[in-house]
Design a protein around this ligand. Structure first.
Ligand code: NAD
Length: 469
């Protein structure tokens, strides 16, 4: 039996993983987590956890990613408190039984849908928003009345350690446990049976997760990434466009799943766009970006090296300065000559912004359509026809017109990918639904039925049934 003592900080630290999971399953079966008051209390406690520990959490983000406090607060701390408030506000209506009409063939009777928790959910987080990507899913999982096993990313070790320390202090340890670790520990977790697995990260590991889940027919939610395109046309307000794109691209040093990955635009716009982006870089991070307190770091030297490799044989127009040891890369703009380069084939997930010149809107659209369905697809335009076409024809996890990333700040909008960018959604009601089973219930009184559905069958019964249908 696998021992997790070294990784677990919960009261269960002397129990094996299997014993811990069995405790969670038993607790779930005791029905405590179905109680709405219990769920609300846990949600309040999640909010308390992040508010009362704001400083240590922001410090951990800084140590892991050089994340500026303001960025950490807005994208992780306040994101979670907002998510909790929204969820608590709507929990009663989301979980209320939903009456549906009962057709004549089933009369007398009444039908409704009951939202039921699924059981124990494994949440595997990624490193780039290590607080949001654990507690965001947890809010959804708890709101739906489930137990959870949390596995934070080992690539954000300070945050992972802190989460493991804080969770048992604030949350019901019978229902939520933290398992720290890397590939080996996650593999051991994946060998166990869960009722749902929620994974955030890259597509290669997503395949491992899905294959492990298939052994137990466990449903999965896969929050993945990919190349999120931006198309900018001549009608767009360039300075506003540049400011929004620059913010979204260089937030967290480009390590955001819905960051603009690359820009498509027409020839006449390339130079003005580069000039505007350059202006924004200086205005946001100054002339010496490395000294800016508003600019983060790459998660580790391996990823910094991966990004530097992308610049080989490229036309670097802006930035390009890097320091692998100190995990730094400047905001960098590259004009793409050949689409067959790794920069245009792989998700960049860093501060390099390639610009590729297209002939027109249709050319941009067909390029996006030829590739995997992105997590987000961005368009900057005042042209209503193009806006309609972009929304109608591009399949993407999400779309945003004339801005980037900010759709994620709308609590009623679901979040998640499609195709290669993911399976399933969460955020607000979509998260509650995602971790619930919509159980149909039909109730009938003991009143004798018309004999039409019972054998022996006859032509007359057939006719009556057809009529009733
Ligand atoms: P990562 O390295 O933190 O890995 C994610 C998780 O997978 C970790 O908890 C890790 O322990 C686990 N893991 C790694 N290898 C494993 C293996 N072989 N078997 C089992 N588990 C394993 O994060 P990453 O994959 O580098 O994340 C970056 C990717 O995540 C990008 O593609 C990004 O776009 C995507 N992402 C998506 C979202 C979203 O919400 N859609 C959010 C953030 C990141």
């Amino acid at each position: 039996m696998v021992q997790f003592e070294a990784y677990s900080f919960t009261y269960t630290k002397h129990m094996s993983l299997k014993e811990q999971l069995s405790t969670l399953h038993q607790y779930f079966n005791s029905h405590v987590t179905k109680d709405i008051a219990w769920r609300k209390q846990q949600l309040i406690n999640i909010k308390k956890l992040v508010i009362e520990n704001e400083k240590p959490l922001l410090d951990a983000l800084y140590q892991d990613l050089g994340k500026p406090n303001l960025e950490g607060w807005i994208t992780e701390i306040s994101y979670i408190t907002g998510d909790v408030d929204h969820t608590i506000k709507h929990l009663k209506s989301w979980s209320a039984k939903q009456k549906v009409s009962t057709p004549i063939v089933v009369q007398p009777g009444s039908s409704y849908i009951r939202q039921e928790p699924q059981g124990t959910v494994l949440i595997i987080g990624a490193w780039n928003y290590p607080i949001q990507l654990i507690f965001g899913p947890l809010v959804a999982v708890i709101s739906a009345g489930n137990c959870a096993v949390i596995k934070p990313s080992e690539l954000a070790p300070k945050t992972s350690e802190l989460i493991a320390k804080l969770v048992p202090k604030y949350l019901d340890t019978n229902a939520v446990i933290v398992v720290e670790g890397a590939v080996e520990e996650t593999t051991q977790l994946l060998n166990e049976k869960f009722d749902h697995i929620m994974y955030t990260g890259n597509g290669a590991v997503a395949r491992i997760v899905m294959s492990a889940a298939s052994k137990h027919l466990t449903p999965v939610t896969l929050e993945l990434g990919g190349k999120s395109p931006v198309y900018i046309d001549e009608s767009a307000n360039l300075s506003i466009t540049a400011q929004r794109v620059a913010w979204g691209k260089w937030l967290n040093s480009g390590q955001t799943c819905i960051a603009p990955d690359y820009i498509l635009t027409t020839k006449s716009l390339v130079q003005p766009l580069i000039d505007s982006l350059k202006k924004e870089i200086t205005s946001m991070f100054g002339l010496k970006v490395k000294e800016s307190k508003s600019y983060g770091r790459i998660v580790n030297s391996r990823h910094a090296q991966r990004l530097v490799n992308y610049l080989e044989n490229q036309d670097v127009i802006v930035g390009g300065e890097h320091d692998i040891v100190n995990k730094f890369m400047e905001p960098t703009i590259v004009v793409i000559k050949d689409l067959d380069c790794p920069l245009m084939k792989e998700e960049i997930f860093g501060p390099i912004l390639p610009i590729f010149v297209v002939d027109d809107f249709d050319h941009a659209k067909s390029y996006v359509l030829e590739n995997d369905k992105p997590l987000a697809a961005y368009l900057f335009t005042k042209n209503k026809t193009q806006e309609k076409q972009w929304i109608n024809e591009i399949q993407a996890g999400s779309q945003c017109i004339n801005d980037v990333i900010m759709f994620n700040a709308v609590p009623d909008l679901p979040f998640g990918g499609t195709g290669a960018s993911g399976i399933g959604q969460y955020s607000g009601k979509s998260g509650f639904d995602n971790f619930s089973h919509a159980k149909p219930v039909l109730k009938r009184p003991f009143i004798k039925d018309l004999p039409v559905r019972f054998a022996p069958y006859s032509d007359l019964k057939f006719k009556i049934l057809r009529f009733l249908r």
